[in-house]
Structure formats: C-alpha cells, structure tokens
Design a protein. Structure first.
Length: 89
C-alpha cells in the first residue's frame, strides 16, 4: 500500500494500491516459467499479462479514508503471443 507519491504533497489526497495474493502468485509463476524455459516463449521474451481489478475514487469506503484514490488488483492472467522467431512454425 502506498500513500501520496509523485506530485502529492501535504494537501494531496491519499493513494492506495493493493494487490491480492492470487495476482502475485500468477505474475510470479508466469515470469518464472518464461525465464526458466518452461514456456513456449524463448527465455529472453518479455513477460506480458493482464491485470484485473478496479479503481475507486471517492470518500470513505473501499479501503480509502477521506477523499482518496485506490487501485485494487484482484487477479492476473498470462498472455502468450507469437514472436518473430516462432511465426514460421
């Protein structure tokens, strides 16, 4: 969870980022499989995926206090894509 960062000051609304443990496991698993060669992608390929969650801006609910903003990531999904070296296969 983080509070006011870049551009935030004394009067800036609080910001919060929350990542569900399931999303962390999904991201870590996908990264490990690509980097160690357990994926159809080459180990040097960038790791790409989708994050699912919601953004809340308001007052006093969904984990924010006052007039803050919050991002909550609840799930992640891997995304495999063709690379130039594998398109001809």
């Amino acid at each position: 969870s983080s509070s006011a960062g870049a551009g935030g000051g004394e009067g800036a609304p609080a910001r919060s980022i929350k990542i569900h443990p399931l999303a962390i496991i999904g991201i870590s698993d996908h990264h490990t499989r690509v980097v160690t060669g357990g994926s159809a992608l080459p180990p040097s390929a960038p790791v790409v995926g989708l994050l699912f969650g919601y953004y809340f801006s308001g007052s006093g609910s969904s984990g924010t206090s006052g007039s803050g903003r919050a991002v909550s990531i609840v799930d992640a999904e891997e995304m495999e894509y063709p690379t130039k070296s594998s398109e001809g296969d």
